[in-house]
Design a protein around this ligand. Structure first.
Ligand SMILES: Nc1ncnc2c1ncn2[C@@H]1O[C@H](COP(=O)(O)OP(=O)(O)OP(=O)(O)O)[C@@H](O)[C@H]1O
Length: 350
């Protein structure tokens, strides 16, 4: 059973604490993505699991055994890095099998393991080439093959696609998902790319400044972000935010009058995703007047910047809805699509 458990994990560089009291249980076969902005600590955490960084405090368990002080080679893990780090003087075949040869695995066993790995990653025709004769995507496939052939219990991926162009990234993303299904190993994948996280993860661990902001399935985090940070980080285009002071149980300004969530006090941030803002040609009882500031054509949709009283909002509308800059129109903010946060603490209110 390749469960991974982090219990009160801490990491300090000198006096600076970069990971604080990190707790997480990863199940056998689960695909967990550490997602967050640059510097939030996701790589440091992954490197601690791999044994490439000391753990300052707490316990790290793989398969139920505490492995804080175990050598990287004895942890049952394999890691795929952002820089493929292939040996330039070796062929593809040698790069893939080198680790097993060094460990003294016998030749027949290496050949037995090589065939399905090479097959799965479409590398058979490149086996005798040197890395310099391969594209970036092919080189990263070799790096994945090198990790796969070790048949690890836990796969660790550190931004493996970030050096590739967008098309190749999409392609390899699908392959990694397929591989995970076939191999059934537990996987931890680090990225700052929310699309990768949303498409690959069983669960996302959203991190910010060395702490967990939210843990959940992609759907859970998208539809019920637990904090303002989670709401702003997940979703493209970004969620709209509007600031209000709670007055007599309502969020109110010259134009807007909405009920405040039960018990809300002080400042509340109202959030709504651009795709949830309804744009209407006619006024109705629950619509608000808005003016078009800018209209961007995005293919299937248009992204419209609106001014609604003192609030700036984005709305994503079908592309056929041609709008002019300066045009007056009417919008509706459906109540069931609103998110409320305490502005001071950043915590979700409803
Ligand atoms: N060897 C080190 N010495 C001191 N500080 C470090 C060291 N390595 C990382 N840090 C700091 O630890 C914090 C977390 O870094 P880490 O590389 O884990 O972030 P990250 O979320 O993976 O970012 P990125 O996406 O940019 O790689 C950062 O503030 C970084 O400056």
């Amino acid at each position: 059973m390749a469960t991974v458990e982090c219990r009160n994990i801490r990491k300090c560089y000198g006096d600076v604490e970069v990971i604080r009291d990190f707790n997480l249980s990863i199940q056998d076969h689960e695909f967990v993505v550490f997602l967050g902005p640059s510097g939030c600590g996701k790589s440091t955490l992954l490197r601690m699991v791999a044994g490439l960084e000391d753990i300052t405090g707490g316990d790290l368990l793989i398969g139920g055994a505490r492995i804080n002080d175990r050598d990287p080679g004895d942890r049952g893990i394999a890691m795929v890095f952002q820089n493929y780090a292939l040996y330039p003087h070796m062929t593809v075949r040698q790069n893939i099998t080198f680790g097993l040869e060094r460990a003294g695995t016998d030749k027949a066993e290496i050949e037995r393991r090589l065939a399905p790995v090479v097959d799965t990653l479409g590398l058979a025709i490149y086996l005798n080439r040197k890395p310099v004769e391969l594209s970036g995507g092919q080189q990263q496939r070799v790096a994945i093959a090198r990790a796969m052939i070790k048949t690890p219990e836990v796969f660790l991926f550190d931004e493996p696609l970030s050096n590739l162009d967008a098309k190749l990234r999409g392609h390899l993303r699908v392959e990694i998902a397929r591989l995970h299904k076939a191999l059934k190993s537990t996987s931890i994948y680090v990225t700052h790319d929310q699309l990768e996280a949303m498409t690959l993860a069983d669960r996302i661990v959203l991190m910010n400044q060395g702490r967990i902001e939210q843990i959940g399935t992609p759907e859970e985090i998208y539809s019920r972000p637990a904090t303002l940070f989670a709401a702003g980080f997940i979703g493209t285009p970004n969620m709209n935010f509007m600031q209000f002071e709670v007055e007599e149980g309502a969020l109110r300004d010259g134009l807007i009058h909405l009920p405040a969530p039960a018990g809300a006090q002080g400042q509340v941030t109202l959030g709504i995703r651009p795709g949830s803002v309804e744009v209407l040609p006619e006024a109705a009882e629950d619509t608000l007047r808005a003016r078009v500031e800018r209209d961007e054509f995005h293919g299937e949709t248009r992204l419209v910047s609106l001014q609604c009283g003192t609030h700036s909002l984005m709305a994503s509308v079908p592309a056929h809805m041609a709008l002019r800059e300066g045009q007056e129109l009417h919008i509706r903010l459906p109540e069931e699509k609103l998110h409320h946060f305490d502005t001071k603490t950043g915590q979700r209110l409803d």
